[in-house]
Design a protein around this ligand. Structure first.
Ligand code: GLN
Length: 193
């Protein structure tokens, strides 16, 4: 399984490590050519305005949209989730505009710049998931096709829409690899189809 991690800004190295630990061939992508012949894409956390701008500059927007349309899985974490969203509260510019969600940036407020919480994510099994939130967005609204995977205090923080997966938090910063495995399973399903 070959997975490209968008490596223009943010926490991409940790995603590469997590995916490699699970046996995937994870590569850094900084230009459109590096998205060829991959089975899935991860968009890391960082700063969504910067990631979106650089992806536009390096012509990576259309190739990722095409991959999503071909059924390949795309996983956005934190800023990556904002890059995936169709709507960003208070902003006109969207980036990939793929996922039918409205995101609210920096929703947990300044006094809660970062925190950790154990989340129930039934799709991953019974054990709670250690979720690290860093100036995290949340999902304010979802379309009919979107499945809510987890909430934190009534706020939606993990979602799936077919081959698109997104979390408000950073699963690459803890040792729990279940979300990366879940994403790789989507990639295996898409290769089989
Ligand atoms: N708040 C950041 C943004 O809007 C995301 C923070 C993160 O990825 N840890 O891009």
């Amino acid at each position: 399984m070959k997975i490209a991690v968008i490596a223009v800004q943010g926490a991409f190295r940790e995603h590469i490590q997590a995916l490699r630990q699970l046996g995937a061939d994870a590569v850094e992508a900084r230009r459109a050519g590096e998205l060829e012949n991959v089975d899935g894409v991860v968009i890391p956390g960082g700063e969504s305005t910067a990631i979106g701008k650089l992806m536009r500059e390096y012509d990576m927007i259309d190739p990722v949209r095409k991959m999503a349309a071909d059924g390949k899985p795309i996983f956005g974490t934190c800023a990556g989730m904002i890059v995936l969203a169709k709507r960003i509260e208070g902003e006109e510019t969207v980036h990939l505009g793929l996922m039918d969600v409205t995101v609210n940036r920096n929703s947990f407020g300044r006094q809660r710049e970062s925190f950790e919480a154990d989340l129930e994510i039934p799709a991953l099994g019974e054990a709670t998931f250690p979720a690290v939130f860093i100036r995290a967005p949340h999902i304010a609204a979802v379309g009919d096709e979107v499945e809510v995977l987890a909430r934190y205090r009534d706020r939606i923080v993990a979602v799936r829409q077919g081959n698109l997966l997104a979390t408000s938090f950073h699963p690459e910063l803890t040792g729990d690899l279940r979300l990366h495995q879940y994403f790789l399973n989507l990639a295996k399903e898409s290769v089989a189809n």
